[in-house]
Design a protein around this ligand. Structure first.
Ligand code: LR7
Ligand code: MN
Length: 582
């Protein structure tokens, strides 16, 4: 029974703004309180005695999230970067700092001079410290993979886990070295980590990329829950229990912390806006989108409520270990970096799970402009190939939107590798359709299946395209006639049922062919010839010609054919009845 003194840092609980950081002097704002209620537990971290608070309301089987003291009472409050404050590079070190930048694509010089166990502000919403979690939370294996990570950021990441997590919940920390090229990440690292019995390190014998590296780590993990982290993070006060609580409540829930920002230039720890969901826009670019304020008010959402996310950022999440394997982990055909967050997100939602951001759990991450490591193949190509795999397996008909927004990928789809196993898995798990996902998980996704539809009217004659016995003709417009209904698809086909308008081998003739996404004689660009303004699209330009050829009606005989494009020729101007996307 050491003492009942518990340090709180009420002074730090205020919101920190990105611009105006309300950084306060630690000493003055640390107040001591005597807590008589509840049971106190003492844990040992890194040789220090740390007091954690465990108040157990009688019989509830729950306790308040544990607050670990070291984070609030740093060893050296005056050290640079303490409390997550910004640090400036001294004048005479500027050259050194800029020389070392490329080691990590962030300010490596500063990272090296700030303490490995620095304190950061408790940025949690106010009520978080009083939140109750179950006493019997599952334990977790932390998995961090890295390639050529900077020493100080790697170790700071590990220390932040050890220092700010209840020890009994950390089964182990597994570092997966993805075939780094730096010497200090071999013996030196192994020797250093010997002091931390919970930390295990796995050196891969070849470069696997983060996706397969994570799975290698998971394969040797023994915890109930897997918690993946990047190798340049700082876990904040009380970050772990709220994540594990959610997994305990629903083993098919994937719980993500709020990802805060460690500034790449001054290494300051900055909080982020609340109420952000993880979303994507075509062609599967990850992003954040705030919950609209009227929804927050109407649904009475508080800043502590979990936030359902259509997709997760990718790097930081807790997932039940067995569930991760039930889902078939990641698609092992994904290479190096990128797209795996889409894959796991679709898989989780469509196959019966859910993804949430838990606002009481907060972890800082160094955001940077470029990857500091090499890609075995071209970076862009690698990510595109990964995304194409995801699209092929998970998007159903909606993959046309993906290809429509990253058109060049349609052509070189050949090297995306075998997908049978992934498709088989989707069947085996009896996962729902992508349509279901849109309707139920991500209704605000902009996802019209075609770009335009209905009648296709010629501007000059006011008549409409129609198919008669597999020939293309012009008729008086009649929206009730089926043979005048066309879809203009993302893959640029003018489509009626399975029939598509095509250029024929005979000069300047148009014909009708069975639709085929890979046949370039069927592809039409709907655009203006004078501007790139999509809303002014008026011509239908055949894609597969050297000299632009346009769909045109011959006024004398009303026949439809193709002809050299002319911006002023009204017989070449066409309008669809309705447009969903330009
Ligand atoms: O070949 C590799 N092998 C690795 O082990 C490439 C990377 N890695 C390691 C790397 O050292 C790092 O620890 O994998 C981790 C992630 O790589 P980063 O930090 O270069 O990626 P990132 O932070 O730029 O990108 C995000 O997207 C990635 C690929 O899709 C991963 O999912 C990252 O985990 C993910 N990061 C986050 O989610 C943090 C928040 C970013 C946002 C938004
Ligand atoms: Mn990262």
């Amino acid at each position: 029974n050491l003492n009942l003194l518990l340090n709180f840092k009420e002074g730090f609980l205020g919101k920190v703004d990105n611009k105006e950081k309300s950084l306060v002097n630690g000493k003055k704002n640390l107040t001591s309180k005597v807590i008589n209620a509840g049971t106190n537990h003492t844990v040992k971290i890194d040789g220090q005695n740390e007091i954690i608070k465990k108040q157990v309301p009688a019989g509830s089987g729950k306790h308040k999230v544990l607050t670990i003291d070291l984070t609030m009472r740093p060893r050296n409050p005056r050290a640079p970067g303490q409390y997550g404050r910004p640090v400036a590079v001294p004048k005479d070190k500027e050259q050194e700092a800029s020389r070392r930048w490329k080691e990590g694509n962030f300010n490596v010089y500063l990272s090296d001079i700030i303490p490995l166990d620095r304190a950061i502000e408790d940025t949690r919403p106010k009520g978080c410290k009083d939140q109750l979690v179950h006493d019997d939370l599952p334990n977790t294996s932390i998995i961090m993979c890295f390639v050529d990570e900077v020493w100080s950021t790697l170790i700071r990441s590990v220390f932040s886990v050890l220092n700010r997590s209840p020890a009994h919940l950390i089964k182990e920390i597994i570092l997966v070295d993805d075939f780094s090229t730096k010497d200090y990440l071999k013996d030196k690292l192994d020797n250093f980590l010997k002091k931390f019995p919970k930390v295990r390190i796995l050196h891969l014998k070849e470069r696997h990329g983060l996706i397969r590296a994570r799975v290698s780590g998971a394969n040797i993990a023994t915890g109930d829950v897997l918690t993946f982290l990047d190798s340049h993070v700082e876990c904040n006060v009380g970050w772990l229990e709220p994540l594990l609580e959610q997994v305990r409540v629903n083993r098919k829930k994937v719980a993500c912390p709020v990802i805060e920002v460690i500034n790449d230039k001054d290494m300051s720890y900055m909080t982020v806006d609340n109420f952000q969901r993880g979303i994507f826009t075509w062609p599967m670019n990850f992003g954040w989108r705030p919950i609209p304020t009227d929804v927050i008010q109407k649904d009475k959402i508080t800043d502590m409520d979990p936030i359902r996310c259509p997709v997760m950022a990718g790097g930081l999440f807790s997932i039940d270990r067995k569930y991760f394997y039930e889902l078939g982990t990641y698609d092992p055909g994904l290479d190096v970096w990128g797209g795996e967050n889409m894959e796991i997100s679709f898989k989780v939602w469509m196959c019966g799970g859910e993804i949430e951001i838990i606002p009481c759990s907060r972890v800082g991450h160094i955001f940077r402009n470029d990857n500091p490591y090499s890609f075995p193949k071209n970076r862009v190509k690698t990510v595109e190939r990964n995304l194409a795999r995801v699209a092929e397996v998970w998007l159903d008909d909606y993959k046309e939107l993906f290809y429509g927004h990253s058109y060049h990928l349609l052509q070189d789809r050949t090297n995306i590798g075998d997908l049978d196993e992934q498709k088989e898995l989707r069947k085996k798990l009896q996962c729902k359709s992508f349509k279901w996902y849109i309707d139920n998980v991500y209704p605000d996704l902009d996802a019209p299946l075609v770009r335009a539809e209905g009648l296709v009217k010629n501007n000059a004659l006011g008549k409409c395209l129609a198919l008669q016995n597999s020939t293309v003709v012009l008729e008086l417009c009649d929206a009730n006639k089926e043979n005048q209904q066309f879809n203009f698809t993302w893959l640029r086909l003018i489509k009626q049922e399975d029939q598509c308008i095509a250029s024929s081998d005979v000069q300047n003739k148009v014909t009708v062919l069975p639709c085929d996404n890979l046949n370039s004689n069927l592809r039409w660009l709907h655009r203006s010839l004078t501007t790139f303004q999509p809303t002014l699209a008026d011509h239908l330009v055949l894609e597969n010609t050297i000299h632009a050829k346009c769909l045109e009606v011959e006024p004398s005989d009303g026949l439809v054919h193709i002809s050299v494009c002319s911006p002023t020729n009204h017989f070449q101007k066409w309008q669809f009845q309705s447009y969903f996307a330009q």
